[in-house]
Design a protein around this ligand. Structure first.
Ligand code: FE2
Ligand code: FE2
Length: 157
């Protein structure tokens, strides 16, 4: 079945750093997988697995951003970290309720997750892009970064 994605990647979502964009694309893909699973009425277990992966990858991704912020002495570190903590709490809460079958993944919930991700990228994440580049981080990576490698290793890709 051909399903129109819930979130479509576009340049507006780019922070100007390839490695980070690549990670954001994984988050976008997981949201689209979740949407696809709902449309196709997949088993609850399939949905549980996608949500577990979304939580896991979110934690990995936020940790990568936060370590870059510490390396480059990002002035908005504390503020950004607070956003990450709030976003992590929200997605963990959703995962817990869905897993306990207290909540189902509705269109409202999917729309919430779409804004949850895209607003954070377009507002808070976009803000560090020029700063990191100015501090010497390369926008284009010649080899896969370590976070990508760890993720591939974990998922035997
Ligand atoms: Fe991000
Ligand atoms: Fe962030």
């Amino acid at each position: 079945m051909d399903i129109k994605p819930l979130v479509e990647w576009n340049e507006k979502l780019s922070v100007g750093i390839e490695e980070i964009d690549e990670q954001h694309k994984v988050l976008v893909k997981l949201l689209n997988d979740l949407y696809g699973a709902i449309i196709q009425k997949n088993d609850a277990v399939v949905i549980d697995n996608i949500l577990a992966e979304l939580v896991q990858y979110t934690v990995v991704h936020f940790a990568v951003e936060e370590s870059l912020m510490r390396i480059f002495d990002y002035p908005q570190y504390d503020e950004h970290r607070k956003h990450h903590l709030a976003l992590t709490t929200q997605v963990l809460d959703i995962q817990k309720k869905v897993k306990a079958r207290e909540e189902t993944v509705s269109m409202d919930l999917l729309n919430f997750l779409r804004s949850w991700l895209t607003n954070h990228i377009m507002i808070e994440d976009k803000h560090y892009g020029p700063y990191f580049l100015q501090r010497g981080l390369k926008g284009a990576w010649s080899t896969r970064g370590w976070a990508g490698k760890v993720w591939e290793f974990m998922h035997h890709k």
